[in-house]
Design a binder for this molecule. Sequence first.
Ligand SMILES: [Cu+2]
Length: 307
Amino acid sequence: MSNGISHLRTRCKAALAALLLLPFTVAPAFAQQTQQAVRGWPENWQMGMSKGVTPVAERLDSFHDMLLVIITGITIFVLALMLYTLFRFRKSANPVPSKVTHNTLVEILWTVVPVVILVVIAIPSFRLMYYMDKAKQPEMTVKITGHQWYWSYELPDQKVDEFASNMVPEDKLQPEHIRKLSVDYPLIVPVDTDITLLITGADVIHSWLLPQAGVQRHAVPGRTQETWMRITAPGTYYGQCNQICGTLHAYMPIEVHAVPKEQFQRWVQAIASSTAKDKLRDANEKVLGLNYKWMDAPKTADAASAR
Ligand SMILES: [Cu+2]
């Protein structure tokens, strides 16, 4: 018997030691994961949001986490209250129902506590809305226009003329492409740069959504919406138009390449000095190593119907 107890004790000690050591064994695995390049698209069975790569996205993520704690607390509290009431005031235990109609203290509490919770939520929320409104000291501007059904980009500071960014059609997909997310001419931006985004629509209302940058603005014809982003990790990030804008709404994805500043400069210079017919394609091929051979292949009969 005593042998059994001592065996149990040893097991308990081992379990406790494992529990205490858990942070030290799990943390390096997480650290390794974060050191890898940030993935710019969602994954099957992903839990939570994709990793934010701008100061705005990081703040949005922590605001979301705060709200999750609050809403979990409220839900558990209300559920507990309901279960308690169902049990405590059931018919068998309470043959004569109470006739109480007022309780001043409870009424004050159920008014004041929700107001306090809303104020606690509103303060960081408004602060964040003002933070994402404008870049304080923008270093460059990108003009984004939504069309039926593609996006176009213009970089006026770098004298990069407006160019269309169309989805890669399904029959032209290459191994490096992601179906319904990859485009022919992505938007190229430098990392660690405060970029003002000016967003408008050419025909109907679209919406430019790049989740990992924490950017979502409606592209409204006749209006210019402003926001900003500062991508801190080089990578390729994807988004989609998220305003139902017509038949091919699902076929106007957003692809943004955040590249090191020096590479961005070389890209800008390559466009300026290119003598090719398609200067942008030339610069994308030479500086970014993008492959455009798929564009030269003759169009198949169902290419149009695939779109
Ligand atoms: Cu759209």
